[in-house]
Design a protein around this ligand. Structure first.
Ligand SMILES: NC(=O)c1ccc[n+]([C@@H]2O[C@H](COP(=O)([O-])OP(=O)(O)OC[C@H]3O[C@@H](n4cnc5c(N)ncnc54)[C@H](OP(=O)(O)O)[C@@H]3O)[C@@H](O)[C@H]2O)c1
Length: 389
């Protein structure tokens, strides 16, 4: 589909606008059924629908929220926005956390999910840096374009507090999208915005890691598998912790050097020290949170870095300050990343032909099953929804 949209208007406004245009210009204007108008020979190839499916939150009779699939009018594209036909959306652990959210705000009607891949089918008149028909992914933060984080840059996260991406057609600001790396399918592209960028920022995106370094990643979920792939490509020796020996075997096949079952070996830091000949981990990607921070700090090498990423066992765990101090180590909070970071990460993905690890793909109608699969923990890598081929 190749569409260049000049503006958005109701049918009456389009008629009025068209009547004031020159004859030459009118010749390439085609009115679409949704009231958008466009220019270009390919414009007539496909008309946009007037409605779209989307998945929104509604209050659950108990606590928290439940999701609901609804059909609504196609969203209007504002000047700096694009209309995206979504082909795939990936799930994140945060999607489960949103269903339990209770921070005083009413999330009723919010479109769920943060990570989409699709094609741009319409452009607002001031949308910059994007071509119609381009394959893109969404970005987690719509206003964090570059530079260090700030309250303003972190205020606009897709999927909460802003509308998310789980719909056939969505509108996104031109700052909330980036080109999808060539060579990836839409399903693969949809895994990148949150999990891959977080893994990048928690590993080689912010600290030079290479041959001779030891990296620990926890579990075999979305963020951790990307961190494993990135660190292994950089030449590091990667140790993976997991609840399951089968998953550890999978992690070894994906490039890990060693695995530790944290269920059978709760004091796994001793094993990290053994495996690294007493040196410890130069970098640890902590997604466990409350129950893992103590073991993480005990695993650190002198001068090591603890990337504080997740809260699978609860956020706000205690980081043993003395443990950091005695090893002159650094603890660093990670909150996804900026668009500029994303572009550096996708360049790495392209150069090193990183293939995202997808556990299962579900059709949109089976979103509930996909969430259950995520909650079960019986997966490695990412879970993806397919909305269109
Ligand atoms: N700060 C950020 O920017 C950011 C961004 C994305 C995600 N997150 C957070 O990071 C965490 C991971 O997210 P995700 O999307 O990668 O999750 P995920 O794909 O659902 O991965 C979960 C996996 O982690 C492992 N796990 C579960 N509980 C654990 C525990 N208590 N200790 C260690 N490992 C455990 C399990 O793998 P095994 O069975 O192999 O152990 C599980 O399958 C979540 O808390 C999420 O909210 C933070």
């Amino acid at each position: 589909m190749r569409i260049v949209v000049l503006g958005v208007a109701a049918a009456a406004r389009i008629a009025l606008a068209a009547s004031t245009l020159t004859t030459t210009f009118k010749a390439v204007i085609v009115t679409l059924s949704v009231g958008l108008f466009c220019m270009g020979s390919a414009c007539a190839q496909s008309e946009l629908p007037t409605t779209t499916r989307k998945v929104i939150l509604e209050k659950s009779p108990g606590n928290g929220y439940r999701w609901k699939l609804v059909q609504t009018a196609l969203p209007q594209v504002r000047d700096h926005q694009v209309l995206v036909r979504v082909h795939a959306v990936s799930l994140n652990h945060g999607d489960l956390e949103m269903l339990k959210r209770d921070d005083g705000r009413d999330l009723t009607g919010l479109i769920v999910a943060s990570d989409a891949a699709g094609e741009v089918v319409a452009l607002g008149k001031d949308a910059k840096g994007i071509r119609s028909g381009e394959r893109i992914t969404s970005l987690y933060f719509q206003d964090w374009v570059d530079g260090p984080a700030s309250a303003e840059k972190l205020a606009g996260a897709l999927g909460g507090p802003l509308d998310g991406v789980l719909g056939d057609y969505i509108v996104l600001d031109d700052t909330a999208i980036a080109p999808m790396p060539e060579g990836l399918s839409y399903e693969e592209g949809a895994t990148l915005p949150t999990a891959a960028l977080t893994a990048w920022m928690a590993s080689i995106g912010q600290r030079a890691i290479g041959k001779g370094d030891t990296v620990v990643v926890q579990g075999t979920g979305g963020v951790s598998v990307f961190a494993l792939q990135f660190a292994a490509i950089a030449g590091a020796r990667v140790i993976v912790t997991s609840s399951s020996d089968d998953k550890l075997a999978r992690a070894l096949a994906l490039g890990a050097s060693a695995g530790i079952n944290y269920k059978t070996l709760p004091a796994w830091s001793n094993r990290v020290l053994e495996l690294s000949n007493g040196h410890g981990a130069d970098l640890i990607v902590d997604v466990g949170g409350r129950n893992t921070l103590d073991q993480s700090v005990k695993s650190l090498a002198y001068g090591g870095t603890l990337s504080v990423v997740g809260g699978l066992s609860g956020y706000d765990g205690n980081i043993p300050a003395l443990g950091l101090l005695l090893k002159t180590a650094t603890a660093r909070g990670i909150y996804v990343g900026s668009r500029a970071d994303y572009l550096r990460m996708t360049a790495f993905v392209r150069t090193h032909r990183v293939r995202p690890v997808i556990d299962r793909v579900f059709p949109l109608e089976r979103y509930g099953e996909a969430l259950e699969h995520m909650a079960s923990g019986a997966f490695v890598g990412k879970i993806v929804l397919r909305l269109a081929d």
